[in-house]
Design a protein around this ligand. Sequence first.
Ligand code: URA
Ligand code: SF4
Length: 205
Amino acid sequence: MLHGRRIVNESIETIRDEILACKKCPLWETNNKYVPGEGNSHSRIVFVGEAPGREEDLQGRPFVGAAGKLLTQMIEKVLRLERRDVFITNILKCRPPDNRDPLPEEIEACTPYLLRQLEAIKPEVIVCLGRHSASFIFDIFGIDFPGISRVKGVANEVNGTKIIAIYHPAAILYRPQLREDYEKDFKKIASLIKKNRKTTLLDFL
Ligand code: URA
Ligand code: SF4
């Protein structure tokens, strides 16, 4: 159970519809579109970014700009999954003006949606993209967060959920020398999904 509330079988669509009408913080006044998140609501893995950027705000979809292209590439190339197989969302569902950092009060207002999404999907693996996502998710799960560069690539397990933080893909665009290391972190993520995979009869054939 996340955040001290129990919601039984709430659907991802119910949460999306609530987000699309949200006025809980001032960001609804400046957004073009809400970006609730997208993908497979039965996915075993959920990616949590920071907040929509310009392109995301225009399209109403998460990670569709340059950073999103890199994330999608990693999902396809290293995890060998399709983007639509996983669920991708953000801490904030609306774009902060000029891509500024999320304010504490915006995070407080918006993150109940993220927690409800995680409750509805019940993923086996949560991947935090960047420090804002990681510091929030680690705190929720009671994991120490001494900074993104200290924790990145190391998996934690809390009540059967694996939580791992990696750099935000935008950081890799700024520092391409980190790209190789980024692929390693995605290989680590791939191993988490594999390890958690239930053995089925097909595995023996
Ligand atoms: N950066 C994020 O953190 N999220 C997006 O959806 C796009 C860029
Ligand atoms: Fe609502 Fe979140 Fe958008 Fe603020 S950022 S208006 S809390 S959906």
